[in-house]
Design a protein around this ligand. Structure first.
Ligand code: BV8
Length: 263
């Protein structure tokens, strides 16, 4: 059911919360907007400082890495340090609370995140599927072996690999044109048919196949909710498009469905 009639935010929030309280299997899709209030720039924000002349989509690609591995790995190391310095925001913490409430009542809960910052895990979420990998781990271009880098700036770009003489380290993320982790896609195909509440937070819904998740759940018996500062390509197809910041709306949505004492 899609209802495009504009609704005052409070009424929509209350209705979306009531559906959340009654749900048995919740899936969440998060994008860069879910981490924006932790101080991590979204992918579409203008690149700042020394990166302003770069196009993120070109840097986040095998071609970009092959063309200029030093610049690409320096950009990623700068972002990695930013993620390490960031803290989970109220939206991350509310999702961790929601997971606990769902588990406590014998329900299912999972987060599919496009973000590479690991803030969901640092907020206490356990059921997290990283669709696009993560920026804290890097892998050897020769052996594929993965290592979590030390929490200080790299000094060589690209970083030498500890696993092979002629390999270097690249971020363990999924670049444009690269396949998503097979296990992540399989998990989505396994869970989505059971989902009765799909919540998408802070994503422009432009990057596929992540943006296609909603098609796996939108069968009419699943409540679909979007939280975003602005409307997106998904806004017209969800049951509730809650316009506002993730750090404000998500805690209210969860608190109304599962008052703190119960979670
Ligand atoms: C692949 C990791 C194929 C790296 C990223 C159809 C099907 C399949 C593929 C395609 C397809 N069409 C096109 C493609 C190709 C491509 C694609 O989707 N291109 C787009 C640009 C059209 N997809 C791929 O290449 C994928 N790979 O399909 O491979 C294949 C198959 C077989 C064999 C080989 C290959 C891989 C895509 C993954 C790329 N990697 N990230 C890194 O992070 O550096 S994508 C990266 O950009 C992010 O992870 C994220 O997913 C994306 C940006 O999207 P968002 O997260 O939504 O962020 P964005 O900035 O766009 O928007 C932020 C939103 O938040 C906004 O709406 C804003 O309003 C809102 N917001 C801001 N602040 C707040 C807020 N909301 C609430 N509160 C706030 N405070």
């Amino acid at each position: 059911m899609v209802n495009n009639r504009p609704r005052p935010p409070e009424l929509s929030l209350a209705k979306a919360s009531a559906k959340l309280a009654a749900s048995r299997c919740v899936a969440v899709l998060t994008g860069a907007g879910a981490s924006a209030e932790s101080g991590i720039r979204t992918f579409r924000d203008t690149m700042e400082g020394l990166w302003q002349e770069f196009d993120p989509a070109r840097l986040a690609s095998p071609e970009g890495f092959a063309r200029d591995p030093a610049t690409v790995t320096r950009w990623y190391d700068t972002r990695r340090l930013g993620c390490l310095a960031a803290e989970p925001n109220p939206s991350h913490l509310a999702l961790a609370q929601l997971e606990r409430a769902m588990v406590a009542k014998g329900g299912e809960f999972i987060i599919f995140t496009q973000n590479v910052d690991r803030l969901h895990q640092r907020a206490g979420s356990r059921h997290v599927v990283e669709l696009h990998g993560n920026i804290l781990e890097w892998r050897c271009t020769r052996t594929g072996r993965v290592v979590e880098l030390e929490p200080q700036a790299q000094t060589e770009f690209p970083p030498p690999s500890p696993f092979s003489k002629d390999g270097v380290l690249r971020p363990h993320v999924v670049w444009f044109g690269e396949e998503l982790p097979r296990a992540a896609l399989q998990k989505a195909l396994e869970v989505c048919p059971r989902v009765d509440y799909f919540l998408t937070i802070g994503t422009s819904s432009t990057v596929y196949p992540a943006a296609g998740l909603i098609e796996l759940v939108d069968r009419g018996d699943c409540t679909t909710v979007e939280v975003n500062r602005e409307s997106t390509g998904a806004s017209g197809r969800v049951d509730f498009a809650l316009v506002g910041s993730a750090g404000d709306i998500v805690p209210r949505l969860v608190a109304q469905a599962y008052p703190t004492s119960a979670a």
